[in-house]
Design a protein around this ligand. Sequence first.
Ligand code: GCO
Length: 451
Amino acid sequence: MKFPQNFVWGAASSSYQVEGAYDSEGKGMSVWDVYTHEPDHILNDDTGDEACDHYGRFDTDLRIMQELKLKAYRFSISWPRIFPEGFGKINEKGMDFYDRMVDGLLENNIVPYITLFHWELPYGLYLKGGWLNRDIAGYFADYVTAVVSRLSDRVQFWITENEPQCYIGAALRGGGHAPGLKVGERDIFLAAHHSLLAHGYAVEAIRKTAKLKPVIGYAPASWHLWSPVTECEADIEACRRETFQAGDNPIGVTSWWLDPVILGKYPETKGYLYERYLPDFQEDDMRVISQPIDFIGMNVYQTYRGKADAEGNCITEKNGPGYARTNSGWTVTPEALYWGPRFYYERYHKKLYITENGLSNQDWVCMDGKVHDPQRIDFLHRYLLQLSREVNEEIPVEGYFHWALTDNFEWASGYSNRFGLVYTDFESQNRIIKDSGRWYRQVIESNGEIL
Ligand code: GCO
């Protein structure tokens, strides 16, 4: 047996990347709407205005999920669709959409996993200072309370926030993400602290409001990851240490986010340059931030490879010319799905889900009308084999969500990166299940036995 009986096989999406309908039925503007409407931010000036029209075509996408035999679907809720300004009066039409989605999924035995924040800050809150304003944590808790009151009679699985490294780091540090600010170091650490606080408030709000017993997770990006070149203990230890080392750009490191949430403190800071920028925070903050959660969501795409030098320090292996890479330039390094979960479990002792893993590939419709994507099948096969290793060593990985269900809007790279198991024709909005989608279905049906 490669995977436990109840292993959760799913696929994922996020609201801005798929929904479209950016100003329909009362939805307010998010920072992404504003940012993409200005020239020269996004490749080809693409926007998510229409994206995959998941908002209008959810039924089609649901049929596809059924056909793929998905057991679970991870999607996010657009905050400005619920509260157009970020706060105030609920936009019932927006809420109805998610209500219908949840019903549709459950009728088809597909378990909803809801991400509450996947980067769409309401523009109204940006105008109040966004993540730099401590009040954001309270606004977030109010929004979370509204969603959870409405959906938690049917939904059990909640992920508070996705990849703070991006919506704080890339978004406020000139990294090409909305709202495209370039603030100073002190502000970055402050915004990061508020984002953690918002997570803590959200956990409290979910536990207080939920009707079904909630299962709560948090999903920072797990890109800061080293895997040993050999399996000798020295290399393993060097990579383990490097993976959690805060270094001089600490907010890029996953431990900056997970240590407070799970261990109740920021990682060791002594001697690093950024020390003087750390915010003075209120005494109670760490208690709020470290409310117990149930799982860590890992978004894993690739790993650095490292080995120990004579002193045990980690030396990053250089990738030689022609090293295997995906369309977005990320390395094909399947061992990420073994060492990542293993190191995280050793440090945090929490259940894990792979909440994202996948690749962007140059897919097109072939002359026979199908989309053949052998690279994606090979990629998936290699990564899932590494994951199965894990599961058999009794590291509690509960499920795997492929990123993504359909090709979609890939942030600053617009529509140039196709990540889907399903091809989206962005002109006609037709969908075609790719070869990899059919192959993934066999993986699901055999619970991984075909790997
Ligand atoms: C992220 C986001 C996704 C991306 C995916 C591919 O990890 O950046 O969660 O929204 O689309 O990871 O880059």
